[in-house]
Design a protein around this ligand. Structure first.
Ligand SMILES: *[C@@H]1O[C@H](CO)[C@@H](O)[C@H](O)[C@H]1NC(C)=O
Ligand SMILES: *[C@@H]1O[C@H](CO)[C@@H](O)[C@H](O)[C@H]1NC(C)=O
Length: 266
């Protein structure tokens, strides 16, 4: 005969059994679900981190830099900027007998113009981007920032590197006053201080770019000679030169320049 205690024990057993029978699948379900949930959370977190990294890389790729360009650079040429490693040439060296000699690389840009045919063509080619015209619909908005030709509506501009080269060429020409009459035009208001202007301009350009490539010295006999053939990280000049050359100002199409009513002072 079952006592009340027994009954309650039985009931207890039954309820425990019931609970067990209910709990076991539920616990298993939870285990499976929890695993799924954990995996999902983990995968979501992983994807978020991955997305974050991609976004950071994207931002980094667009951050103003020597390679990406800066806000002060002409916007429409920024896509042309590439970095390149370049070894400088044209250094002074000493031969085995202690005599100085200069590397002949870059010789087309230097020397006595009467003995260096083509030297002016070489410099003219180098300065291709000194005067360029841009359309209003080029992605650089030059409205109100520079002169707009009344003839064509195009904006008269240029890239600073070419102005620095132009200044350097003026200094070179000033070394041969009997050959070049660049400063002889009495209408040129800057002729008296053009050399000073160019020295100061190139000084600032060099300071602005502050190339911190280390200098290399080598000992030859009793002399320490600077080895200028060092490797530098540069913007690829050829690409920028190409871009600029395609946009050169055609002065012969501009009546006010062609007829001399506008005189360009740079
Ligand atoms: C260009 O700049 C000018 C002057 O800042 C401004 O008035 C004009 O709306 C700009 N145009 C475009 C297309 O952004
Ligand atoms: C030169 O050309 C400009 C533009 O066409 C014109 O306005 C100007 O009157 C011309 N000047 C002379 C001296 O011919």
């Amino acid at each position: 005969m079952a006592s009340q205690d027994d009954l309650s024990d039985q009931e207890l057993d039954t309820s425990t059994l019931l609970e067990k029978s209910w709990r076991r699948p539920s616990a298993q379900k939870c285990k499976t679900n929890c695993l799924r949930l954990s995996l999902l959370t983990l995968s979501l977190a992983f994807n978020a981190v991955l997305l974050g990294c991609v976004f950071l890389l994207f931002l980094r790729g667009r951050q103003p830099s020597y390679e990406n360009g800066f806000a002060s650079d002409l916007k429409s040429v920024r896509s042309q900027i590439r970095l390149t490693e370049y070894t400088f040439s044209g250094g002074v060296d000493l031969d085995q007998d202690g005599r100085f000699f200069v590397s002949q690389e870059g010789h087309q840009y230097v020397g006595d113009p009467t003995l260096t045919p083509g030297i002016d063509d070489a410099w003219d080619h180098l300065q291709a981007g000194l005067n360029i015209d841009l359309d209003g619909d080029d992605d650089a908005n030059l409205t109100g920032t520079t002169y707009q030709w009344p003839d064509t509506g195009r904006y008269f501009t240029g890239l600073e590197v070419f102005h620095s080269l132009h200044c350097l060429n003026r200094l070179r020409q000033a070394l041969y006053p009997n050959f070049y009459q660049v400063f002889s035009n009495p209408d040129d208001p800057s002729r008296h201080d053009h050399i000073g202007h160019c020295i100061n301009h190139i000084r600032q350009a060099l300071q602005c770019h502050a190339d911190v490539t280390p200098m290399k010295w080598k000992r030859v006999g009793d002399k320490l000679i600077l080895d200028t053939a060092t490797r530098h990280t540069c913007r690829d000049f050829a690409k920028i030169h190409d871009w600029a050359r395609q946009r050169q100002t055609r002065f012969d199409n501009i009546a006010s320049v062609a007829n001399g009513s506008i005189f360009i002072v740079d």
